[in-house]
Structure formats: structure tokens, C-alpha cells
Design a protein around this ligand. Structure first.
Ligand code: GLN
Ligand code: ZN
Length: 747
């Protein structure tokens, strides 16, 4: 074996998986047709990888929804509430819920934008292998073999599976899913024996949890699990794959002394892996899967550098196999499908299919010397904007005036009541609004007709907010398809793909923009819409922008300079936009940072440096305004934990956050952490169509008032309203205004 990859996109080059699953959900196709679509997709991937010349091909990377959910079904970790269902109905009920049975929780897969279904485990959990010889990994292995292709089934490793699980709602306090390790490992042992019986030569166990901070107890659990699996008399060779960062030295030592035959290390996100490997004396009797081709990002590999890394590894392992840093699940499938990309950008890119080619080419090059055909046409480089760079070099501090002075100035100039009411930005995106945008994109309507339709929508939303009695209005964001893409399309340095879909969760795929060069703002981006809205009302209209961290987190970002530097370029563009909004008479600007927490490094050691640049970029964007201009920010989560100090450091005048589900606790937490500015704890959950009563909103407000003074408490929903419909939105906002008025009267 010379070359492999850790996994491949499952969605199909033309998004076949999405269409098949959605057809099945809508009853347009039956289970057999869905199964057939799955088999076709798997077959196409395996044969494609074989034809590309890859030596070792993964299987069981396919999933109808999510591979962690597949694992739960595989080991029968099915919560009681789904036990009355079976087959695909049960599977999709766990993922999406059905009438009266809520779905399982979904959360982000490490620091990626892929979401998995969180296992729910209680102390009574008895893992089993209900499928026996027909279990999915065995079945897919045999399916590939029937096509003449030997594959390596990929499993979520037992340690990672349990570390990602959450205790079931009825589990006693103190119960940890990891307590179930021994039982789970026995089921994996049975599965490995079944796979060996089917003829499997290699199995891959994914343990990305090993690149985050791990306790001694967890490392001991790792050692115990792999000692047990290693000693099985009849089993395939084992590859334990880690990715998304640098493995802990203790964890690597545990794997080194186990009998697993191979370890996968990520040399892209985890450059420290080389040192860790050296510090444990290498893996001289094992194979190292050298993750040198980036599985997370879309840049072409630097072949000389990758080759050099592999060469260094040769002295530290028995064998070195060229591999991707992680599964290619996180990148679009095929660059050849893109016709409209600027050639200078295109020449720097590699999508999944191209990355397989890079792995194969590197495998061949390793056998040759540096002067051989390994030489590669040099890639073009990022566009440089000297003006942006010069301005960033000379920009001074990023601090605003004293916060109490600002507070007083804004209070005087804005004239807002205590418990001011507002929304987070978007209003429901009706089918008509979406259709107008689609028509404009397809050229079916003129720019004038488009702008006319958008103005009408904005006028309608402003009139509605006036009628509801909200204090700070928004234009409603009808012109935005997506909060990142909207800005990416207007900034220099960004490109869009036509078919670059990546799975976010289930049948939801995203097409992240590509930040390839220095970022600059050729012209104002939001000023026309916002000032149009402001012209319709005497109440303040909030300008609405996406913050620098979120602009990076939801894009593919150039890797030829530190993220911190790229973030400053985006921040400068936003600073100019905010300046233009201010000059045009906009008195409040909100800069959304829903992804601030998402980019937090997996290890605590990296947190301070990250938060430093993330906060710095936000402040660079927002600190150019007068004391009277009020800066808001918004985040879509309530578990602040590690970033609570950073929220304060952003120094926004008002911060709105998700708090409804945690009963406003967050307000106290923020205050306790020294946050003294305005707070808008979301008083109701917009993720459900349920209309909150005025009483319950009132109760939330009174709770918040125990820790915040009325002039600093804001009243708003917990996120944008774009996924909601109008009837429930109007009813909810009406109750919100009523509740605020009632509380204001006695405050
Ligand atoms: N302003 C955006 C909206 O209301 C914020 C979206 C978000 O927080 N994800 O849609
Ligand atoms: Zn939000």
C-alpha cells in the first residue's frame, strides 16, 4: 500500500443523495429506490477511486444522513422513543423527528461545518450488533468486493463515539458515556471478527477525539480499548486515524504500545505531529498514514513540501502511506465541474477528485528523486492589494471611547426607552422574495425591477414593525440569500463556485465561497438598502453586517497567510462600510458573529491566541465610529464558557445572544464575567413555530432584570426570523412588545 484517503464525499457529483433522500421523505420514491440510489453512489465512488490509481480505498463512508447516526444504529444505541419504528423510518426519525417524537440533537463535528447526530446514552445501555453479518460495514465491504474492489471499512472509533455522546435525559448525575467503553469495545470486537470472516484485510477506526485535550483517564481508556481490539485472534489489520490537529503525546504512546498496525496523523492541521512522533521515538514497527494533502480546504497541495514531509517520516515509521489529512467529506467533489472560475484562482484549487490525483502522484513521486517528474507547474499566487496592506499597516489602535460616556451619548441621541425592543435582522423570507432573487440571478428580471421589488418588501417590513411598535427597526434582509455569501459576492478577493456543494447536515448542503486573495471593498455593500429603509421611518434602523470571523468560518480561506491577517482585511472592509453607514445617517449598526465560538481551537492552549485576533478583528471593524453610534453584535448560542471574557472584549454597546432555552441564565453569567454593556438575551426561541405568550416573555424579562438595569436590557428574539412564516412571527413580536411595555411600566 502506498496511497490512500481517509474518506470521500457521499453526496454525488450532482447532489444525487439530496434528491433521493428528499424524494423518499416526500413519498415520491420507495425504500428500494432510495437503497438503489445509495448503491449507485457508493459504486461510483469506489470505481472512481480505483480508476484514479489509489491503492487502498475506504468504504462505509457512505451514509443516508450521518456516519455517527449510522454508528448508533450499528451498535443498537437507539433511544427508547424510536423503538416502535424500524428500518429507514426509524433511522430518519432519529435524524429528523416525526410527529410527536422529537429528533436527536445535532451538533458540529469538531471544528468543521459538518453536523452529526449526537448519541444519547444512559447507564443501562447494552450495546449489541443487531445486524450481525449484515451490519452496514460488512454489507458495504461485500458490495464493493462484488464489484471487484477491495476496500477498508471506516468506523467511528469507540473512544471518539463515546466522547461525542451526551448522557440521556434520565441518566443519573455523574454518569459519563465513557463509562460504557468496555461494553462498546466488545461489540467492536464482534464486528471486527465478522469483517475478518468476510475477508476484510484492513479496518480504519477514526479517533479524531485524540487531537483535543484528553485526561489521563481518557488516555487510559484508549489504551484499554485498543489493547483489547489488538489482541483479537481473528481480525483485520487496524488503522487508527486521527485528524483535525496534533495528537497528544500520551495518546500516541498508548497507540504505539498497542498492536494496531497503522496510525493516521494529520500533517496539515497538526504540524506538531512530527515532533510528537519523534518524542515517542517514532512508530518503527507500524505504518504511518501521512495526512499531507489537505482534506479540509480546497488548495492544491505543495508537492515538494508534502514529499519532504513524507521523506522525513520515513525515518520515523516502518512504512509511510501518502494520505489526506482527514476525510474529503469537507470539500466539494470536482473542480472540473466549474466553468466560470477565474483561471488564476482555478489554478490554485483542488477539490476531492483532484486531491485523490495529488495523493496518487505523491505516492509515485516518493519513489523518485526530487529532480524527477515530481516537478509541478508552479501555482499562481494570491492577488495582493497594496492599498489595503498599507492602510492596515498604518491603522492605529482599535479602541472606542469610555463605555459609560458612550452609553450616555447614545442614550441622549437615540432617545430609546428602557427595555428597547428590536429584532436580530432578517424577516421571513417568503416564497415571493426568494423567487424575485432567483429571477434576478437568472436574468429573468432587470436590475430595476429587482430593486423595485426589494424596496417594496423593505417598505412592507418597516410598516409592519411600526405597526407592531418596535423601537429599533431593521430592513429585513430580503436581498440576502446567505449572510456570508451576500458579502463575499461584493468583496474583491472572494470567488463563488457553481457546484461546490459540501454536506452541512443530512440533505442540507452549502456552497462556501472561496477567499483567495487580499480582500477589499470596491463599493458600499448595504448602504442603499439601509438608507432606503431609514428614509421610511423616524425610528432608528439598524445597519446589518456579518463579522470578520464569521466571514472566514463559513468560507474556504487562503492558507498562504495567517487567518489573523485575512481577518484584518475583512475587518477593514467592514470598517469602511460602517463608516459609510454612519455618514449616511444610520445610528445603529449590528455586526453578527454567530461563528465566533466555532473557530475556537480544539485545544485550550490555542484559545488565547485565537481570541486575541478574533476580538482584534471585530474591534478593528467597529471602532471607527463616533460615541453616539451604537454598535450591536449577535451570537447564536448560549454556552459561552471559554469565550465569555472575549464577549466583553468585543466591546459592542449591545450584545444579543440565545438565552430562551437556558432561561436567561446567561445574563447573570455575562455580568459575573464583568460584562457591563447592553444585553439582549433572546426572549423566545425562533427555531420553532410556537408563539410565546406575553406572560412567558414577561417572566423572562423580569428574570433578566434581577441582574441588568432596565436601560441596558434589550428585548429581542434569539435569532433572525428568515426561516419563520409571517403569521407566527407577527403574533410573537406582538407579544414581545406587549411584555416589554408591561415590564417597562413597573421598572
Ligand atoms: N442578522 C442575521 C439574521 O437575522 C443573523 C443570522 C444569524 O445569527 N445566524 O438572519
Ligand atoms: Zn443568530
Amino acid at each position: 500500500m502506498k496511497t490512500t484517503i481517509l474518506g470521500y464525499p457521499r453526496i454525488g457529483t450532482r447532489r444525487e443523495l439530496k434528491f433521493a433522500t428528499e424524494d423518499f421523505w416526500a413519498g415520491r420514491i420507495d425504500a428500494a429506490a432510495l437503497e438503489k440510489a445509495g448503491a449507485d453512489l457508493r459504486g461510483a465512488v469506489w470505481t472512481g477511486l480505483r480508476d484514479a490509481g489509489l491503492d487502498a480505498i475506504p468504504s462505509n463512508t457512505f451514509s443516508f444522513y450521518d456516519h455517527v447516526l449510522d454508528t448508533s444504529v450499528l451498535v443498537d444505541a437507539v433511544p427508547e422513543r424510536y423503538r416502535g419504528l424500524d428500518g429507514l423510518d426509524r433511522y430518519f426519525a432519529m435524524a429528523r423527528g416525526v410527529q410527536d417524537i422529537p429528533a436527536m440533537e445535532m451538533t458540529k463535528w469538531f471544528d468543521t461545518n459538518y453536523h452529526f447526530i449526537v448519541p444519547e446514552l444512559g447507564p443501562d445501555m447494552r450495546f449489541r450488533l443487531p445486524g450481525g453479518v449484515t451490519s452496514k460495514p460488512v454489507a458495504e465491504y461485500l458490495e464493493a468486493r462484488a464489484l471487484g474492489i477491495e476496500t477498508r471499512p471506516v468506523l467511528v472509533g469507540p473512544l471518539t463515539y463515546l466522547l461525542l455522546a451526551k448522557p440521556a435525559a434520565d441518566a443519573p448525575a455523574g454518569f459519563r458515556p465513557l463509562d460504557l467503553l468496555d461494553g462498546l469495545v466488545e461489540v467492536y470486537a464482534e464486528l471486527l471478527e465478522r469483517l475478518a470472516g468476510a475477508g476484510t484485510e484492513w479496518v480504519q477506526l477514526d479517533e479524531p477525539a485524540l487531537v483535543a485535550d484528553r485526561t489521563d483517564g481518557e488516555v487510559a481508556a484508549l489504551a484499554r480499548a485498543y489493547a483489547r481490539l489488538g489482541e483479537l485472534s481473528s481480525r483485520p489489520h487496524l488503522l487508527v486515524a486521527t485528524y483535525f490537529g496534533t495528537i497528544g503525546a500520551e495518546a500516541l504512546r498508548a497507540l504505539a504500545s498497542s498492536r494496531v498496525e497503522a496510525v493516521g496523523l494529520d500533517f496539515v492541521a497538526g504540524p506538531g505531529n512530527l515532533d510528537v512522533l519523534a518524542s515517542v521515538g517514532g512508530l518503527l514497527r507500524k505504518t504511518v498514514m501521512a495526512g499531507v494533502v489537505d482534506g479540509r480546504n480546497i488548495w492544491r497541495a505543495d508537492r515538494q513540501r508534502a514529499k519532504a514531509a513524507c521523506a522525513t517520516l520515513l525515518g520515523l515509521a516502518d512504512q509511510v502511506v501518502v494520505s489526506t489529512s482527514c476525510s474529503l467529506l469537507h470539500v466539494p467533489i470536482d473542480l472540473d465541474a466549474e466553468d466560470a472560475l477565474d483561471p488564476a484562482v482555478r489554478g490554485r484549487l483542488a477539490f476531492a477528485r483532484q486531491k485523490v490525483g495529488e495523493v496518487v502522484a505523491l505516492g509515485e513521486a516518493l519513489g523518485e528523486d526530487a529532480a524527477g517528474p515530481a516537478a509541478q507547474v508552479p501555482a499562481s499566487t494570491a492577488g495582493i492589494d497594496h492599498e489595503v496592506r498599507a492602510r492596515l499597516d498604518t491603522l492605529g489602535g482599535s479602541s472606542r471611547g469610555d463605555r459609560e460616556t458612550r452609553f450616555a451619548a447614545q442614550r441622549a441621541s437615540l432617545g430609546l426607552p428602557d427595555l428597547a425592543t428590536t429584532t436580530i435582522g432578517s424577516f421571513p423570507q417568503t416564497p415571493e422574495v426568494r423567487r424575485v432573487r432567483a429571477d434576478r440571478r437568472a436574468g429573468r428580471i432587470s436590475e430595476d425591477d429587482y430593486s423595485q421589488a426589494m424596496r417594496q418588501e423593505i417598505a412592507r417590513v418597516i410598516a409592519l414593525q411600526e405597526e407592531l411598535g418596535l423601537d429599533v427597526l431593521v430592513h429585513g434582509e430580503p436581498e440576502r440569500n446567505d449572510m456570508v455569501q451576500y458579502f463575499a459576492e461584493q468583496l474583491d478577493g472572494y470567488a463563488a463556485t457553481e457546484h461546490g456543494w459540501v454536506q452541512s447536515y443530512g440533505s442540507r448542503y452549502v456552497r462556501p465561497p472561496i477567499l483567495h486573495s487580499d480582500v477589499a471593498r470596491p463599493r458600499p455593500m448595504t448602504v442603499a438598502w439601509t438608507t432606503y429603509a431609514q428614509g421610511l421611518t423616524s425610528k432608528p434602523v439598524k445597519g446589518m453586517l456579518t463579522g470578520p470571523v464569521t466571514m472566514l468560518a463559513w468560507s474556504f480561506v487562503r492558507d498562504d497567510q495567517p487567518l489573523a491577517e485575512t481577518a484584518r482585511q475583512v475587518a477593514l472592509a467592514l470598517r469602511d462600510e460602517i463608516g459609510d453607514l454612519e455618514s449616511a445617517g444610520i445610528r445603529i449598526v449590528q455586526v453578527d458573529e454567530p461563528a465566533l465560538r466555532e473557530l475556537l481551537p480544539l485545544r485550550a492552549a490555542g484559545h488565547a491566541a485565537y481570541l486575541d485576533w478574533a476580538v482584534g478583528a471585530f474591534r478593528l471593524a467597529t471602532s471607527g465610529v463616533a460615541d453616539t453610534t451604537q454598535i450591536h453584535t449577535h451570537m447564536c448560542y448560549s454556552e459561552f464558557g471559554e469565550i465569555i471574557d472575549a464577549i466583553g472584549a468585543l466591546d459592542a454597546d449591545v450584545t444579543s445572544v440565545e438565552a430562551a432555552r437556558s432561561h436567561m441564565e446567561l445574563v447573570g453569567d455575562l455580568r459575573a464575567a464583568g460584562y457591563e454593556n447592553g444585553i439582549g438575551p433572546g426572549v423566545y426561541d425562533i427555531h420553532s413555530p410556537r408563539v410565546p405568550s406575553a406572560d412567558e416573555i414577561e417572566e423572562n424579562l423580569r428574570r433578566a432584570l434581577q441582574v441588568v438595569e432596565p436601560a441596558k436590557l434589550w428585548v429581542n428574539p434569539d435569532c433572525g426570523l428568515k426561516t419563520r412564516a409571517y403569521p407566527e412571527t407577527e403574533a410573537a413580536l406582538r407579544n414581545l412588545v406587549t411584555a416589554a411595555r408591561r415590564v417597562r411600566e413597573d421598572a
